[in-house]
Design a binder for this molecule. Structure first.
Ligand code: FAD
Length: 397
């Protein structure tokens, strides 16, 4: 439903998935003066590297609810965003049976379509998998994966159709304020763009824009390696796997290939990098480790080989959860960043939450309390944490 919005002008910094989803949501809700400013190309940041996994499994209820609210968007857009509804499963060993039961019950309480499955059922779903060390699994039949770039461009197209302007090669040098109000932004070439609302959705780079205003947004850039493996034969649409036993995640890529990501975040501080200057291929040690874990889990691949590798960067706050909130006591200033490798699947709901905050001052969804995503939680020592954390995989869930 389109509602009447006051005549205010919004600038969104960052043309990734999150900035474009916010532009889509604001214009859908009637804000017709919206400008997205992207310093490079649309989706050229973390979005372009995303594995695009769609699932609801999170230990923070509001994030699970955001993923659940977002799922129909993938289902409706379907092939337009490369959505393949393969299903999704989480595998755990004995040490994580209780958290898996508790998280799954929490998800079912939110209305999520998810069930616990035993080894036998898992083996039926995934004939090539070694299930010997899996104690229990959960299965979301409506999960899968899609293409983050296509989704970002789709949001951009929807926003444009509703009147938004999207500018590339328009880097923001600083956010402008007067007293306790935001007044716009200054671009790198000195141009000033006036605005009553400035939403910073610039991923890791949001930290510097905040720091210039004296606002402390603690965020690190964490490098994550990915492998593309040729399985040696054409693969059917097998469910996406979050393997909390071997600490890896995998999904089908194309037809006969497989995408493998690392979810072992021990010593994660050692992987903090400069996001403007990092190696875009996996290390030899990384490849060896991931290949070994992959072969353990999928011994049924007939003739596997690594075809290529790459790396992306997550924007990681101390509790691995985003800030989506007005910040700094500055009227009109909103921060939306710190998605730590999870922003894709929740991006539709994130846009809607920011539109709620800008247009009504609060979340309109009781399952997604705005207070969860306040910046102040870091300084107050009240991180947003999983209710039922997994042993050995705490940061990610
Ligand atoms: C390797 C990898 C795998 C992932 N896999 C998944 C997954 O399977 N499922 C999932 O849900 N999520 C996943 N994610 C996370 C998800 O893709 C991201 O959270 C999401 O794409 C981030 O979008 P964003 O718009 O916040 O950031 P970005 O895409 O990084 O966009 C920020 C934009 O801001 C621009 N910018 C920066 N500074 C300025 C400035 N001063 N002025 C103007 N523009 C500026 C940048 O150029 C960039 O384009 C993954 C991420 C990575 C890196």
């Amino acid at each position: 439903m389109t509602t009447q919005a006051p005549a205010r002008k919004a600038v969104i910094i960052g043309g990734g998935l999150i900035g474009l989803s916010i532009a889509r949501a604001l214009t859908e809700r009637g804000l017709n003066d919206v400008v997205v400013l992207e310093r490079g190309s649309l989706a050229g940041g973390g979005t372009g590297k995303s594995s695009g996994i769609v699932r609801t499994h999170y230990g923070v209820p509001s994030i699970a609810a955001m993923a659940w609210r977002s799922l129909p968007v993938f289902e409706q857009l379907g092939a337009e965003v490369g959505f393949r509804q393969t299903g999704y499963c989480v595998l755990v060993g004995e040490e994580n049976v209780e958290p898996l039961r508790a998280n799954t019950a929490m998800h079912q309480g939110l209305g999520v379509d998810v069930e616990l499955i035993d080894r036998e059922r898992l083996q039926e779903l995934w004939p090539m998998m070694n299930v010997d060390d899996v104690a229990l699994a959960s299965y979301e039949p409506r999960g899968g994966f899609a293409d983050a770039t296509q989704l970002a461009l789709q949001f951009g197209q929807q926003a444009r159709a509703n009147g938004a302007r999207i500018r590339q090669n328009a880097g923001v040098a600083r956010i402008l304020t007067e007293g306790d109000k935001v007044t716009g932004v200054e671009l790198l070439d000195g141009e000033v763009v006036d605005a009553d609302i400035v939403v910073t959705a610039a991923g890791w780079w949001s930290g510097k824009l905040m720091a210039d205003l004296g606002i402390d947004f603690p965020v690190e850039a964490y490098r994550s390696e990915l492998l593309i493996v040729d399985a040696g034969e054409r693969l059917p649409d097998l469910p996406v796997v979050s393997d909390l036993v071997s600490l890896q995640y995998c999904r089908v890529e194309g037809a006969g290939q497989f995408l493998v990501g690392n979810s072992d975040h021990e010593d994660f501080q050692k992987k903090f990098v400069d996001p403007d200057n990092y190696s875009n291929i996996a290390t030899e040690a990384g490849i060896e480790k991931y290949a070994e874990k992959l072969m353990h889990r999928f011994p049924g691949f007939p003739d596997p080989s690594v075809t290529h590798t790459y790396a992306g960067v997550y924007d990681v706050p101390p509790d691995w959860n985003p800030v989506i909130a007005p910040v700094g006591g500055i009227d009109g200033l909103v921060l939306c960043a710190g998605f730590a490798g999870h922003g894709f699947k929740i991006s539709p709901a994130v846009g809607d939450l920011v539109a709620d905050l800008v247009l009504t001052g609060d979340s309109t969804d009781p399952d997604i309390p705005a207070s969860d995503f306040r910046l102040e939680r870091f300084a107050e020592g009240t991180p947003l944490s999983s209710l039922h954390p997994y042993v050995g995989a705490g940061e990610m869930r």
